[in-house]
Design a protein around this ligand. Structure first.
Ligand code: GLU
Length: 465
């Protein structure tokens, strides 16, 4: 089902790919996929002072991790300079743009005077060509900028697919500088030329760009272009209702990977962040693509909810294939300097723990207990490995030396030990957990022993009895 829907994600590579950008990318991607259209990645790197190759890489990594594959691009604006300059020349020739020789000092003075008169500061149009108007003689000392000849009256309006109709009087808009004195095109102009050349039909982006839209539409119209539809997404607030920032914890997409989230949990979570499909909370990527539309995006700010993300992550960990989780856990253990091969088969450890954890790091924490020499907290040892429990553990150890190594027999050995020493289950099980895994709480002890294996269990117990 090919269609003419063409969307783009157009990040500026000035930092990491943050969670708001990731949601914008996801919505643009999903909309294109939903309609069998084309999704384009465009790197807006014209701010050379702030753009870095590392930030470009962070964007590419983040997109890959989330599975947001682009059909075209990445295009780099810095590689399209000739094209922007060409369009500027066309506009100068067509009279939709003009040279302006007002120096920045002069501009400051004009603004100062306007303020003093209580007027809104703006360019006064002195170099704007009008019929019957004689323009000043260009001063030789000033290199001109190029300004867009914004329509003088009327209004520019669009039906925003999220925010509804937005209309701005043209008298509110200055004649925008589209090329600086050194000839470099300005931000809004590059966006316009790109959206035009790339045949973008739907601009889905953050609402921090709403103010740019009327300017961009006017330029597009001056170029005789078909104006795309716009959907401006409201911002994302932190858990506490303030603007999302580093204070709220992970904000970069790859940090979610570091913190043990599965990409499908993050995608599902972001999908629901400001968009809804009835009461559905859990949906696969495929389901999301089938359902996604622009009609159910809320115009109000979406609030981040870490608890819900954690809940989704736990869900997806339970669902995930053990071999895949094992690879994830092995990667995390290796990063900690722990040899994942030192314990029992990782997949078996994961099978025992995957229902009990909120993230992959917790899963790695548990797996680590099976792989390393343990040093339980001395207080824990003192409290539980007492004169009462130690003899029982010694008796149990002797039994375990000869028992068949599977849960039923292991369980029977524990029960026999309890009976022999007149102890209750926790009086044996807790010291046994501490002796074998270094912690007081674990899954069912028979399952733990079975998994750990006879050799490791006996060696670990021998440290205490
Ligand atoms: N480069 C802009 C940003 O990173 C996005 C521009 C756009 O989507 O039109 O915020």
């Amino acid at each position: 089902m090919a269609s003419n829907v063409r969307t783009r994600f157009a990040p500026s590579p000035t930092g990491y790919l943050h969670i708001g950008g990731a949601r914008t990318a996801l919505f643009s991607w999903a909309f294109a996929r939903r309609h069998g259209g084309t999704f384009i990645l465009r790197i807006e790197d014209t701010d050379v002072a702030r753009s870095t190759p590392e930030a470009v890489q962070a964007i590419l990594d983040g997109m890959e991790w989330l599975g947001l594959d682009a059909d075209e691009g990445p295009f780099y604006q810095m590689q399209r300079m000739d094209r922007y300059k060409e369009v500027i020349q066309q506009m100068l020739a067509a009279g939709t743009a003009y040279h302006c020789y007002t120096s920045s000092e002069e501009l400051d003075r004009i603004r100062e005077e306007q303020r003093a008169r209580g007027e809104k500061p703006r360019y006064d149009g002195r170099w704007r060509p009008e019929q019957g108007k004689t323009l000043p003689t260009p001063p030789e000392s000033v290199k001109p900028v190029v300004r867009f000849r914004n329509p003088a009256d009327g209004a520019v309006a669009w039906d925003d697919l999220v925010k509804g109709r937005i209309e701005i009087a043209n008298t509110e808009l200055d004649d925008l500088v589209i090329a600086r004195a050194d000839g470099t095109p300005t931000y809004n102009f590059c966006v316009v030329v790109d959206d035009l050349d790339m045949g973008i039909t739907h601009v889905i982006r953050g609402d921090d760009h709403v103010n740019n839209t009327p300017r961009q539409i006017n330029i597009l119209q001056a170029l005789g272009a078909q104006v795309p539809l716009y959907a401006h997404l409201s911002m994302i607030l932190g858990d506490d209702g303030t603007k999302l920032s580093k204070r709220h914890g992970a904000v970069s997409v790859m940090q979610y990977d570091d913190e043990g989230y599965l990409p499908e949990a993050v995608v599902n979570y972001l999908g629901r962040l400001g968009w809804s499909h009835g009461d559905d909370e859990i949906f696969s990527r495929q389901q999301f693509v089938e359902w996604f539309d622009l009609d159910h995006i809320t115009p109000s700010a979406a609030q981040f909810n870490t608890e819900k993300l954690n809940w989704l992550n736990a869900h997806y960990i339970k669902q995930a294939d053990n071999a895949r989780l094992a690879a994830e856990v092995a990667r995390r253990l290796a990063r900690r300097g722990v040899d994942p091969e030192a314990g029992p088969a990782l997949e078996a450890v994961i099978a025992l723990y995957k229902d009990r954890v909120a993230n992959l790091n917790e899963l790695a924490d548990s797996a680590e207990l099976y792989c390393v020499e343990l040093h339980p907290a001395p207080e824990l040892v003192a409290q539980h490995l007492t004169d009462v429990s130690r003899p029982a553990l010694a008796g149990l150890k002797a039994r375990l030396e000869g028992v068949t190594w599977e849960k039923t027999s292991l369980n029977q050995a524990i029960k026999d030990t309890m009976a022999e020493h007149g102890l209750k289950m926790p009086q044996v099980a807790i010291p046994l957990r501490i002796a074998t895994l270094g912690v007081a709480q674990t899954p069912a002890i028979d399952a733990v022993l079975e998994l750990l294996g006879r050799e490791r269990v006996l060696a670990r117990m021998a440290r205490y009895v």
